[in-house]
Design a binder for this molecule. Structure first.
Ligand code: GLN
Length: 305
């Protein structure tokens, strides 16, 4: 397949959507993104790479980090983690509080904010004060990139305005589903969200999930096959919050979005993809990113369905 031509066609066809969508503004620093930025990267398991647009430009990975923290936490916990975080779609916005009260402080899944905060709490129990360093080390390992860090300004911006996330963590603490001090956990969570990466690095980082949990280049088994299956299935059913059904319907791939404008997607046994465009739809997912992935699976027939 001629992926370069396909990427060029996609870039042309998405131009008409640039008038749509909005930058995330509840984290003030995110309004500084350039609305017309677009990048898309494809990396195959046999190390073929195709990129278009500003694929070297770094952006904050935001909720894409949830895939990696969940992977790391699953290494240590299986059954215990699943008691504290479910595996059902929430059908609610990413930062919703409502189900927590009905479900005794147990988030529906690890890819909504509440679930990711519990996951980060698990990592805090394991790594104590080194939790963020361990998350960063994991990102470096799976991306094969030493030069990855978080953006202090985005972190501070979210720390100062993350009232909704403070509400979530306090509510879960009241149900004893947060074991560590709130400030430690929330700071690690905000830092993981402000990790800066580009589409090349993110596509690279997802390859182990396209390859039964094994890094296709180093051959290291990052996570066992059965857990890799679970992570992919959660991305498919929960990776886009209350638009997960719509993403499966349009794109048909396991994927995970972030309010920074990135979306990662996995074509099982073939490749990983990352797309970036910072304007979001009403569900908090990149509007053009979703469109670009829809065009990709339509043109290539590479949806899982
Ligand atoms: N840091 C963001 C938040 O917690 C991440 C949300 C997202 O990307 N959907 O609100």
């Amino acid at each position: 397949m001629d992926f370069n031509t396909i990427l060029q066609e996609i870039q042309e066809e998405i131009q008409k959507y640039f008038t749509k969508g909005k930058l995330a503004n509840y984290i003030p620093m995110l309004t500084q993104a350039n609305e017309s930025d677009f990048a898309m990267s494809i990396i195959t398991l046999d190390n073929e790479e195709h990129h278009i647009g500003c694929s070297d430009k770094k952006f904050s990975i935001q909720s894409i980090s949830k895939v990696f923290t969940f992977t790391l936490a699953l290494e240590y916990y299986s059954k215990e983690l699943y008691k504290r975080v479910g595996h059902e779609p929430s059908g609610n916005p990413f930062n919703s509080l409502v189900q927590l009260e009905y479900e005794s402080g147990t988030p529906r899944n690890p890819f909504i904010n509440a679930g990711a905060i519990v996951t980060t709490d698990c990592l805090t129990s394991i790594y104590k004060n080194n939790a963020f360093d361990e998350i960063l080390a994991f990102m470096k390992k799976v991306s094969h990139e030493e030069n990855i860090t978080y953006d202090e300004d985005i972190f501070i911006s979210e720390l100062g305005h993350g009232f909704h996330n403070f509400a979530l963590i306090n509510l879960m603490k009241s149900y004893q589903n947060i074991k560590n001090p709130i400030d430690d956990v929330i700071q690690t969570y905000f830092k993981q969200c402000s990790i800066m990466m580009n589409t090349k690095q993110l596509a690279h980082s997802m390859l182990f999930l396209a390859n039964h949990g094994k890094d296709p280049f180093t051959k290291e088994q990052i996570i066992n096959e059965s857990k890799a299956k679970r992570i992919n299935s959660l991305m498919l059913t929960c990776g886009h919050y209350d638009a997960s059904g719509d993403f499966a319907y349009r794109v048909g791939l396991p994927g995970k979005s972030g309010v920074g404008g990135g979306i990662v997607a996995v074509v099982p046994k073939k490749m990983a993809i990352c797309v970036y465009s910072p304007k979001l739809n009403v569900h908090g997912n990149s509007l053009i990113g979703t469109k670009a992935l829809e065009l990709f699976t339509t043109k290539t027939g590479l949806s899982i369905f």
